[in-house]
Every structure is written in structure tokens, then in C-alpha cells.
Design a protein around this ligand. Structure first.
Ligand SMILES: [Zn+2]
Length: 549
């Protein structure tokens, strides 16, 4: 790294402790393996580590060059705060993944200085990034923010470019064995981008780059202003994978609206030194997740019953999380509550769905959440933040006084969501419990992952000798079971019948316990039914809810 002239105020070099939109502690300094400062003659100057993410250079005015090495995140697992793969780095024989905050840093006082990046790589590789390549062969960014905002994937990639409306879309795909290419991806993205355009009243951007990575695991995606990066398991393009890719691409692309263009000052002037959370992740992630589903419904990409199935799936997933945590609490404590935080995508989207219905009801079908958000997008923007503290009041001012009550109950508060009441306004009947289906089996518990181990995350009806929330699963029928072999060791469960049982060993409070698990008939939960003979008022609200107007 060759810095411009430094002075005594630039004597600290900072690696990121977190990055926008990740809501996690990353501590990139943990991956730095060496750090040396040199003068113009190549003589080493003294420098040293100050804290996990900071290095001090003792003679900034003389410093002409810094050389540091940094390890990739994918192949360097950490005990805690593992950097999400879609936010991390990977260096392999046939490709590399660079997320800016996991490779680069900045001198204090120089965060907004221009940065030029040179990449050396094999001649048969290509480079996918939203960064612009300058004539000298350097990729140029206006400052550290833009470096973090512009992931780079390079290697043996397939590339395709298309114009969708006025927007130029570049798609770069790495697929380990070549199963999936960028042309395949374009086919499924076109519909989504057109549907988004209908929803957002025109695509909000001139150029956009999609970076897809298909290898041996799925992790999700990370959004940016001009690009997004996706990590998926490589497989044939099955209907399941296509549906997944579409809905996650719809989610990430919609992030251009929020948080990238509708956000508080905590996002706008981002603090890389210390994670500082906004209480409005209900908006950034919840509203985005809602939009990614409903924009497909409203452009006829999915029928109503399929949309209701996404609601059912979100309600079922929501059941496995702590119901006493409000969305604002989840937002403010996302870094400490990493096991609860994923519920922002379930509960956050459910609350946005209800908020939309309430707004449509109050406006007699003329102004829903889409219209409020589209107006906010026009009034704010990438460089104009709303007030972290006052945004709820502003939202109420822009809508109806009744919305203050909604916010207090379901966003700031953790009241049970009024799914039945709200969907009945649309002539859609909902039952939380709709009976028992004895042809299907249930374990009666939900299994998840905590501390990299298989864990019981929810128990439907706790019994004295049964499984408890927080139990780590160590053995099944006497055989060791881990995250790696879970699929093969637990696969037999799907073939059991009601009344069959098996033995699980779990670790609870440091000691091992043997527990007999008996298969139960499955409860029918979260059932929606579209009623054809709903009243006129419900039908007209439903028709307003189902379209962009
Ligand atoms: Zn998101």
C-alpha cells in the first residue's frame, strides 16, 4: 500500500470491526498476519498493533509504503463471530473473492481519500466488480466506503450483459464444475428486475453487477449500491434452486431502496471502528423481505396461494424464535443476539405485511406501504439520512395517527401478531392451529445450529423427560452426530411413522443425557384459506392489496 503524504494525524491504520448491512462483529484485524511500514528507501520504520483492528505507525511523515498480509476468511474459521461467507474473502487456484472491508483498511483522517487498487492475476481470469477500471489498469474508488460497497470476484467466470429497461446489468458467475452460467441466471433475473421496476416505479439505478458463486455450500448474499454477491451450493438448476435464487436476488436488489437510499445517519455515516446499531433494521431487512415476495405477487410471477405459502413458512420459522423480543430490540442488539437475529427476516417481513394491510385499510385502498416507501425514497436518498431518533414520528406523520399504535405494539413492542384479524380484512381466513394430520410425522422439536453444533432451538410441548431448548445433540442411536454428517445420520427420521421412537444423546449443562424421542402426528399450523364469497369490502381491499397502483 502506497499512501499519499501522511502526517501525525494519520498515524493509525484501521481495519474494519464491522461493515454496513451485515449487523455483525467482524474484527478483520484478526486475519492480519503481518504489518510493516517502510520509508522511501525501503528501510523499515517502527510500527505496532494497538488493538484488534488498529496498527500504529510511528513515523507517518516518512512512511512511503506499508506491506501487510491478510488471511482469507473462508478457510480460517473463528470460534466466535465467524465472518459471513458473502461478506468475506477466499483465495483459490481458479478464483478469488474480495470483499473490500476484509482486505483493505484506511488511515485515520483518510477514510474518504481516493483509493486505487491493482490486482495481479492469471491471464485467463476475468474480474467482476462494480468498480471502474481506469486507463492505467487500476480499479478506482472514491474512498473506503466505495471499496467496501464493491465486492470483487475474479477467476474463471462466465459473464453476460443485458439491458433491462434503462439499466445495464452485468452478471458474473463462478460455478465450480460449470453447471450454472451467467446466461442461466439472466433468464431468471429478468422477470424479477421487471417486477421490481413495476414496484419501485422504474429501476433505481443505471448499472448493476451481480456476482454469483456456486461451490460446496450456501450462505446467502450481501447487498451493495451497485452490486450484490451471492454464495450458493452448486447443483442443477432445480425448481427449488430457481425459486431461492429469484427471491434472494429480489431481496438484495430491493436493498437499493432501503437501507441504501432510505436510512438513518447511523448507516449514512458508517462507523467501521465500533459496531453501532440502528433500531430500524425492521425497515432495512423486514420491509425488504416483504417487498421481495409481494412484488412477485403483484407482477403475477407467483399466484396468491404461493404467496400465502411464503407467509406460512415465515410464521413457522418465527415460531422457533423468542417471541418476547421486539423488532427494535432485535435491531439494536443484533450483534449480541446472533441466534435470534435471523428472525428479522421472518417477523420483520410479517410485520411489514400487516403494516401494508393496515395502511391500505386506513387509506381505503389508495396508499399502502409501497407508496409510503417510494415517497421516502424520493425524499431521501444515498446522501440524505433520516433521523434515527425521530423516524417513527415521521412515519406516522406521513401516514395516519393510528400507525403510532401499530408501531408501539408490533415494532417497538412484542405483542402477538394479529394475523387472523388482518387477513380477514382481505377475505382470507387464517388459523394458527387447524387440526392434526396423522399421515405426517413430527419430531415435536426444531433443530438448529448454535456454536457450530446441532442444537434443539424450540420444543412444541415440553415434557419432563423430553428434549429441552438449548440441548446440543451429540449422538443418535449410539452414533456420533455432527454438523458435517447430520444429513446422513438423521436422514432416517423422515421415514419413521407416528409412534416410532429412537434414542438421542444430548449435552445439557455439561453432562450427557439419553432421551427417547417418539414421533408424533403433525399439527397443521398457520393455515390460510382464500374465501371466494368474502364481502365486497374485503374483496375490494384484497384487490387493492394484490396490485401496484
Ligand atoms: Zn437483506
Amino acid at each position: 500500500m502506497v499512501p499519499d503524504k501522511l502526517d501525525s494525524s494519520n498515524n493509525i491504520f484501521q481495519f474494519a470491526s464491522t461493515a454496513p448491512g451485515t449487523y455483525q462483529t467482524m474484527d478483520i484485524g484478526r486475519y492480519v498476519r503481518s504489518f510493516n511500514a517502510f520509508d522511501g528507501d525501503g528501510k523499515e520504520l517502527s510500527s505496532g498493533r494497538l488493538s484488534v483492528n488498529q496498527w500504529k505507525i510511528d513515523e507517518p511523515a516518512k512512511t512511503a509504503k506499508i506491506v501487510y498480509t491478510i488471511a482469507e476468511t473462508w478457510d480460517n474459521p473463528q470460534k466466535e463471530n465467524q465472518v459471513y461467507p458473502m461478506c468475506g474473502t477466499s483465495l483459490e487456484n481458479d478464483h478469488a473473492v474480495i470483499n473490500g472491508q476484509a482486505v483493505f483498511g484506511y488511515f485515520h483522517g483518510k477514510k474518504n481519500d481516493q483509493i486505487e487498487i491493482r490486482l495481479d492475476y492469471p491471464s485467463n481470469w476475468s474480474v467482476g466488480t462494480a468498480l471502474k477500471k481506469e486507463s492505467g489498469g487500476y480499479y478506482s474508488a472514491s474512498g473506503f466506503d466505495e471499496v467496501v460497497d464493491s465486492p470483487i470476484m475474479l477467476g474463471t467466470l462466465s459473464k453476460t450483459t443485458a439491458a433491462i429497461e434503462e439499466t445495464t446489468v452485468d452478471i458474473y458467475t463462478y460455478s465450480k464444475t460449470g453447471k450454472i452460467n451467467s446466461d442461466n441466471i439472466l433468464l431468471l433475473l429478468e422477470e424479477i428486475l421487471n417486477a421490481t421496476s413495476q414496484f419501485t416505479e422504474g429501476l433505481p439505478i443505471k448499472n448493476y453487477t451481480f456476482l454469483f458463486h456456486f461451490e460446496n455450500f450456501s450462505a446467502g448474499a450481501w447487498e451493495h449500491n451497485y452490486s450484490s454477491f451471492y454464495v450458493f451450493h452448486e447443483s442443477d438448476l432445480t425448481d427449488y434452486l430457481i425459486t431461492e435464487l429469484k427471491s434472494i436476488a429480489a431481496h438484495e436488489f430491493y436493498h437499493i431502496i432501503t437501507p441504501l437510499n432510505i436510512h438513518s445517519e447511523l448507516v449514512g455515516d458508517f462507523n467501521y471502528e465500533k459496531p453501532t446499531m440502528s433500531q430500524h433494521i425492521w425497515l432495512y431487512e423486514g420491509v425488504t423481505e416483504w417487498a421481495s415476495d409481494i412484488l412477485q405477487l403483484r407482477d403475477y410471477l407467483i399466484p396468491l396461494n404461493e404467496f400465502l405459502l411464503t407467509m406460512k413458512n415465515k410464521l413457522e420459522a418465527n415460531d422457533n424464535f423468542n417471541q418476547t423480543i421486539s423488532l427494535t430490540e432485535l435491531s439494536l442488539h443484533s450483534t449480541e443476539m446472533q441466534d435470534q437475529y435471523p428472525n428479522i427476516y421472518q417477523k420483520g417481513a410479517l410485520v411489514a405485511t400487516l403494516l401494508d394491510i393496515r395502511l391500505l385499510e386506513l387509506s381505503k385502498g389508495t396508499k399502502g406501504l409501497r407508496e409510503v416507501i417510494n415517497q421516502l425514497y424520493r425524499d431521501y436518498g444515498a446522501n440524505k439520512a433520516f433521523s434515527e431518533k425521530d423516524f417513527f414520528e415521521e412515519f406516522v406523520r406521513r401516514t395516519y395517527p393510528e400507525i403510532a399504535d401499530f408501531i408501539n405494539r408490533y415494532i417497538k413492542g412484542a405483542e402477538k401478531l394479529p394475523i387472523e384479524e388482518y387477513f380477514s380484512k382481505l377475505g382470507i381466513a387464517y388459523k394458527e392451529f387447524a387440526g392434526i394430520d396423522s399421515s405426517k410425522i413430527s419430531l415435536g422439536v426444531a433443530i438448529g445450529v448454535k456454536e457450530n453444533r446441532l442444537t434443539i432451538i424450540n420444543v412444541e410441548n415440553p415434557v419432563p423427560d423430553g428434549l429441552r431448548t438449548g440441548d446440543f445433540i451429540s449422538k443418535v442411536n449410539g452414533e456420533e452426530v455432527s454438523l458435517q454428517n447430520a444429513q446422513s445420520k438423521l436422514g432416517f427420521i423422515g421415514k419413521l411413522k407416528v409412534g416410532d421412537s429412537f434414542k438421542l444423546f444430548v449435552e445439557r449443562d455439561g453432562s450427557e443425557k439419553e432421551i427417547t424421542v417418539t414421533m408424533q402426528p403433525r399439527k397443521i399450523k398457520h393455515q390460510f384459506e382464500i374465501s371466494e364469497d368474502a364481502g365486497e369490502e374485503s374483496l375490494s381491499l384484497r384487490s387493492a392489496w394484490m396490485k401496484n397502483f
